[in-house]
Design a protein around this ligand. Structure first.
Ligand SMILES: [Zn+2]
Length: 225
């Protein structure tokens, strides 16, 4: 690897709450890669009125799901634009083993391949604790946590002295656990696919943002060199 002039294609895999968005922005800045999320790609292609964008628009207006074929056509168009010459970070695609295989074929047509699929690994139990313990001051929005950051004076906000606090309904333990289970079920076939290809990398995503960024940077620096 590394000898090819094909742009780097990095796939980031990680559950909600693992900090994928923050890390993708870091990789964009550090390596000149462009993050491509399926939603943004579709919106841009529809707005630009490309043939694939128009096809996607028709499907969406009819209330349907945009097919893999159309998404791949849009991705192919986008990867032909000069700003992606260093490479791309794919976010939200592929989602299935079938999509991963279609992506492999698309990249192979241009002499490329997925250079790294990086899985941000989380400790599920710790994630549930981290997310489900969050609450905020109802007055000023200051963030607190049952375990990691309680107000200095119990029951009163450090910032504004407010005594009303709120929790997001979808931050409770069951919801977080269900989100993680759905993530693992959806991602397992991709992990297997990229593992078999020899491009799977894993990062411990429970550390600090800086530590995760450093680990990711090392991997991407190696594969995009
Ligand atoms: Zn407050």
């Amino acid at each position: 690897m590394g000898a090819s002039n094909a742009p780097a294609v990095v796939i980031l895999l990680g559950p909600p709450g693992a900090g994928k968005g923050t890390q993708a922005r870091m990789l964009e800045e550090k390596f000149g890669l462009v993050q491509l999320s399926t939603g943004d790609l579709l919106r841009a292609a529809v707005a630009a009125g490309t043939p694939a964008g128009l096809a996607a628009k028709a499907v969406m207006e009819a209330g349907g799901l945009v097919s893999d074929e159309i998404v791949l056509a849009i991705l192919k168009d986008r990867m032909a634009e000069p700003d992606t010459s260093r490479g791309v970070i794919l976010d939200g695609f592929p989602r299935t083993a079938g999509q991963a295989e279609s992506l492999d074929r698309l990249l192979a047509e241009a002499g490329g391949r997925v250079t790294a699929a990086i899985s941000l690994e989380v400790d599920d139990a710790a994630m549930v604790g981290r997310v489900s313990g969050r609450y905020t001051c109802a007055d000023c929005g200051e963030g607190y946590h049952d375990e990691f950051k309680q107000p200095a004076n119990a029951g009163a906000c450090d910032k504004c002295g407010g005594t009303a606090f709120k929790r997001r309904a979808d931050d409770n333990a069951e919801t977080v656990r269900a989100r993680l289970e759905a993530y693992h079920a959806q991602t397992a076939p991709l992990i297997a696919h990229y593992g078999a290809m020899g491009v799977l990398e894993t990062i411990d995503a429970m550390g600090s943002i800086e530590a995760i960024a450093e680990g990711l940077g090392t991997i991407v620096g190696r594969v995009s060199a």
